[in-house]
Write a protein that binds this ligand. Structure first.
Ligand SMILES: Cc1ncc(COP(=O)(O)O)c(C=O)c1O
Length: 415
C-alpha cells in the first residue's frame, strides 16, 4: 500500500472510498477537521428528529403511556441487540444501560463471585483510571483481595497470571497510545489459568471488528459516545457471555434487573439472562440519539472500517514523520498498524499548548497528561484529505511556534 504524497492523491483515495457517502449522515461544522471522535462522536443527522420525536411526541403527548406504547421499558434490551453485531456478541448477551464505570463495577463484582477462593485481581497500570477506581471500590467492599498491576514497568500479563488470579480487566485499545491487544490470544492465556477476563471496549467498539463470542470473552463493557456516535453521556453497554448468565449475580440489584419488576415484591429475584444487568430507570432521553446512531451501524461493514482506519492512521504517521521531524514530536503509538486501534498519539513536551493551538485552527484532537496529543481517525466521516490538512496545520503550529503564546498555556478543566 503506497502512501499518498500529495493532497490530490488523498482526494483520489476519497473518491474511491466505499465509506465516503456516510459522511453526509453527520453534522460536521464547516472547515473543522474533527480528530476527536475517539472521545465524542459527532451528531448523526437523523438523531435530531429522533430526539425531537421523543421529547415532543413520546414524552409531550404520550406521557406515561410511552413506557408501553413507545417501547421505553425495552430500550436497553432493544439497543443491546443492535450493539451486539458491532462487537461480535451473541443475541441476548448485551444490554445498554448506565455508564461504563457502573457496568464495570457490575461485571467485575459478578466475575469475582464466579471465582471464589481466588483473591488476586489484575489490571494494567495504564488502564483508563475509572477501571482501576471501580475495581478498587468493589474489592474494598470485600475481604482480602490483592491487586497486581501490569505493564508500564511492572510485571507482564504472563508474569502476573497464576492460579490465584480471579479476574483480569483489560482495555482492548489503550486510551493513551492506541495499543491494541490480540483479544483471542490474551483471552485464551488468561482462561488457561482459570481466571476470567473483562474487556473494556471503549476505544474499540465501532473502531474495528470485534469478535467477543469467537474469542470466548467472559465479560465486556464499553461506551457509546465515542466511535458509536451516541451523543454526550449516551448510555453504555454491558456484555455477559451466555455461559455465565445464569450464575452471574451483579451487586446493583435494582428493580429493572428484577425478574418481575411490576410485581413489586420485597425480595430481589434476578431476571433471567442479560436483563439482570440492568439496574434502575434508564435515562431515556439519552437513548434517542443512540438509537439513530446504531441504525447507521446496521449498514456498515466493519472490515471496510478497519481497512480505512489502518490506511488513515498509517498516512498520518507517515506524514508526521515526513513533515514534522525536528520539532520535538515523537509517535507514541505502535508503528505496526496491526498493533494499533484507530488513533495516533504524539508526544511533545508542550503537548497541551500545541493541542490548544491546533484546536484554535479548527484541527480538533485532545490532550492526555502528561505529554500526549491524541488524534482519532473515524472512517465513517473523515476523509483522507482531512488527514493531509491536519498535518499541514500541525506543521504550521510547530514551525511557527505559535503554541508558545500565553493564551494556550492555561489548562481547561477538560483537556
Ligand atoms: C477505556 C475507558 N474506560 C472507561 C471510560 C469512561 O467511562 P464512563 O463513561 O463511565 O465515564 C473511558 C472514557 O473515556 C475510557 O476511555
Amino acid at each position: 500500500m503506497t502512501t499518498p504524497t500529495t493532497r490530490e492523491a488523498c482526494a483520489d483515495l476519497d473518491a474511491a472510498d466505499p465509506l465516503a457517502p456516510l459522511r453526509e449522515e453527520f453534522v460536521l461544522p464547516e472547515g473543522t477537521i474533527y480528530l476527536d471522535g475517539n472521545s465524542l462522536g459527532p451528531l448523526p443527522r437523523a438523531a435530531r428528529e429522533r430526539v425531537r420525536r421523543m421529547v415532543d411526541e413520546e414524552w409531550g403527548q404520550g406521557l406515561i403511556r410511552s413506557w408501553n406504547d413507545a417501547g421505553w421499558f425495552d430500550k436497553p434490551a432493544v439497543l443491546g441487540e443492535r450493539v451486539a453485531p458491532v462487537i461480535g456478541a451473541e443475541p441476548s448477551s448485551v444490554v445498554v444501560c448506565d455508564s461504563t464505570s457502573i457496568n464495570l463495577f457490575k461485571v467485575f463484582t459478578a466475575a469475582l463471585a464466579l471465582r471464589p477462593g481466588r483473591k488476586v485481581v489484575v489490571a494494567e497500570r495504564g488502564s483508563f483510571p475509572t477501571d482501576l477506581y471501580m475495581m478498587e471500590g468493589a474489592t474494598g467492599l470485600l475481604d482480602g483481595y490483592q491487586r497486581r498491576l501490569i505493564g508500564d514497568g511492572g510485571p507482564s500479563l504472563d508474569e502476573a497470571l497464576d492460579d490465584e488470579v480471579a479476574v483480569v480487566v483489560l482495555s482492548h485499545v489503550d486510551y493513551r497510545t492506541g495499543a491494541l491487544h490480540d483479544m483471542a490470544a490474551v483471552t485464551e492465556r488468561i482462561q488457561r489459568h482459570g481466571a476470567l477476563v473483562v474487556w473494556d471496549l471503549c476505544h474499540s467498539a465501532g473502531a474495528l471488528p470485534i469478535h467477543l463470542a469467537r474469542c470466548n470473552a467472559d465479560f465486556a463493557v464499553g461506551c457509546t459516545y465515542k466511535y458509536l456516535n451516541g451523543g454526550p453521556g449516551s448510555p453504555a453497554f454491558v456484555y455477559v457471555a451466555p455461559r455465565h448468565q445464569d450464575a452471574a449475580r451483579q451487586p446493583l440489584s435494582g428493580w429493572h434487573g428484577h425478574a418481575d419488576p411490576f410485581a413489586f415484591a420485597s425480595d430481589y429475584q434476578p431476571a433471567t439472562g442479560i436483563d439482570r444487568f440492568r439496574c434502575g430507570t434508564p435515562q431515556l432521553l439519552s437513548y434517542a440519539p443512540l438509537e439513530e446512531a446504531l441504525e447507521l451501524w446496521r449498514h456498515v461493514d466493519l472490515d471496510a472500517v478497519r481497512a480505512k482506519s489502518v490506511r488513515m492512521t498509517s498516512l498520518f504517521v507517515d506524514l508526521v514523520d515526513r513533515q514534522c521531524t525536528g520539532f520535538g514530536v515523537e509517535v507514541a503509538s505502535p508503528r505496526d498498524p496491526d498493533a494499533r486501534g484507530s488513533q495516533v498519539a504524539l508526544r511533545h513536551e508542550s503537548s497541551y499548548p500545541v493541542m490548544q493551538a491546533l484546536i484554535d485552527r479548527n484541527a480538533i484532537g485532545d490532550f492526555r497528561a502528561p505529554d500526549l496529543m491524541r488524534f482519532g481517525f473515524t472512517p465513517l466521516y473523515l476523509r483522507y484529505v482531512d488527514v493531509w490538512d491536519a498535518v499541514v496545520v500541525l506543521r504550521d503550529v510547530l514551525s511557527s511556534e505559535v503554541w508558545r503564546s500565553e493564551r494556550y498555556a492555561t489548562r481547561d478543566a477538560v483537556t
